[in-house]
Write a new protein. Sequence first.
Length: 433
Amino acid sequence: MTMDGEARVLRDADLRIEGGRITAIGSAREDDDVAVRDLGGKIVLPGLVQGHIHLGQTLFRALAEERRLLAWLSERIYPLEAAHDDESAYWSGLLGAAECLLSGTTTIQDIGIGPGIEGLVEAIAESGLRALVGPCLMDSGPELPAALSKSSDEALQEAARVAAEIGRYSRLSFVLNPRFILSCSDALWDGIRSLAAEHEWPVHTHALEQKEETEEVRALKGGRDEITYFDEAGVLDLDLRLAHGVWLESQHLDALADRRVSVVHCPSSNLKLGSGLADVVAIRNHGLAVGIGCDGTPCNNDLDAFKELRLAALVQSVKHSPGALSGLEALRLATSEGARAIGLGDEIGSLEVGKAADLVVLDGERPELWAAPEADLHDVIAFGASRAAVVDVMVDGEWLVEGGVLRHLDLGAIRASSTRAWAALKQRAGLNL
């Protein structure tokens, strides 16, 4: 399943990989010195792309239930994130990365954390995932713990420092991650704009996730909502990736149509926090690329992107009509279009000659993937696949999952270390959980 421009499905085809790149598709030449993997009965598609995720929150799964966004942040997430150190962030990141790989995700755009960012970056790099990552930048806001609130200059200096560290890793690249308007001062946004323009760094932030959030933004910014504020602050002139965008309206989309702005849809998180149903059809109709993301374990609680893309299609059927977002289009949110949404459309997202060899192999003989020959395989996968069908996962030509088992990571050891790291983090946080 190429997910190329024509959405070609090639049956009984060969895929040749050399130096981490796809060099041939179709009937490959046979060489004695080339390793061959027989995938008869399997389905091969591009590795899934998650454009918005919080691996630093993996240790917090199911610890912030039954709350709306702002209470969810202030009562649980902020205190827990403030208690991170490099050790806890490392194990949180590695646990989340393992879950991503085992469910077919090969690329993530991570919003980062404050304390412990070095540990998180190390974990993501060690996992083998392809990733965009950087510290989560905050310098102001009500109920923000001191450990999360740096001065704007300190936050910007940390961003530059982490960017230099990330440059050591071949599969990682840097992204500026201002959390959202309510936790970032005007001075911080000015600095972010300057750094992004100077270094050509993308900007990844939360916006228009929940009504109460936008109401507070208007109160703080003299009646301006997020899009108006970003426009006046010059942020819309950057390579901007907006997580959620639930409350984007037609006038917002008109303003964004000719900008380098994408939206990452997080349907499970939006439903669980009671945020609403993003109009993905309208956003795409205005020419914006839309990606998909599981967000984080405290608001999902799952990191299986197959579930997320299925839900994305079903939500649009309710919002519009059945088929408003087809199975093929839903798959694109997690592959070709999702790659474009995070600036990697020329590198990943489809199986094409010259692109990186990032792919996921599904067991086509599982009962939930049986379908009559007349069925569109995109529909079969979009509405029927889950992590249960994932057999093998490759990133950059390297097998990271084989036979449903992590090749380089010890899941048992990760779980045990995560349990120990959580106990220490909980003590530092001082929350009565």
